[in-house]
Ligand binder design. Structure first.
Ligand code: FMN
Length: 174
């Protein structure tokens, strides 16, 4: 799929087909893709925990359903938790103090677009119980989990209309 079609087709999936597992090979392709994402000073201040086993994904689903939000994630067949990790290189260590959240956002976009290319639905989750996600992902208590991405095959192939600000209100050309 060309990039413009891909970005048009990507949308947050909140209706996963729970009868279809996500193939390990696809998850590995997504991780190989996100590894190539840019980051400030090439700091790569991230770690990806890929959760697809039925017991573990149940734990992650429960951790992202804080205050009854994100209930649709019970049907997600995999999750990728992005935690902040040590930066590569001396310059990277300085850069990531300021830019790690941007780097992780770019990584999240790579994951969602790679998933779309592979025929998978995705939803970025920023609302979750961080301590529970850390426990479910068996990460050190001092880690910061920035985002969790729910993955799976979409139950419904119909796309929603995109609700976006008007084109003329988000950019100017000089
Ligand atoms: C940082 C971030 C956090 C988000 N957190 C959630 C979330 O916790 N639950 C959810 O259902 N969607 C979440 N979303 C998805 C947004 O609601 C969604 O991207 C936006 O409404 C645009 O819709 P679209 O992704 O379908 O194009 C999040 C998106 C981002 C970028």
């Amino acid at each position: 799929m060309d990039f413009f079609t891909l970005s048009q087709n990507r949308e947050s999936c909140r209706n996963f087909d729970d009868s279809r597992e996500v193939e390990r090979e696809k998850l590995e392709k997504i991780i190989a893709c996100v590894r190539l994402a840019p980051s400030a000073c090439n700091a790569q201040p991230w770690f990806f925990t890929v959760v697809a086993s039925p017991e573990k994904r149940k734990e992650v689903a429960s951790a992202v359903q804080k205050m009854n939000m994100n209930l649709f994630t019970s049907k997600a067949r995999a999750f990728i938790a992005i935690s902040q990790d040590k930066a590569a290189g001396v310059a990277g260590k300085v850069a990531s103090r300021f830019f790690a959240p941007y780097d992780i956002g770019i990584a999240a976009a790579h994951i969602c677009l790679a998933a779309q290319e592979l025929g998978l639905g995705s939803c970025i989750l920023g609302w979750f119980d961080e301590k529970k996600v850390i426990a479910a992902c068996q990460l050190d208590d001092n880690k910061k989990v920035s985002l969790v991405i729910a993955l799976g095959y979409a139950a419904n192939q119909q796309r929603r209309d995109k609700k976006r600000k008007k084109l003329e209100s988000i950019a100017k050309y000089m």
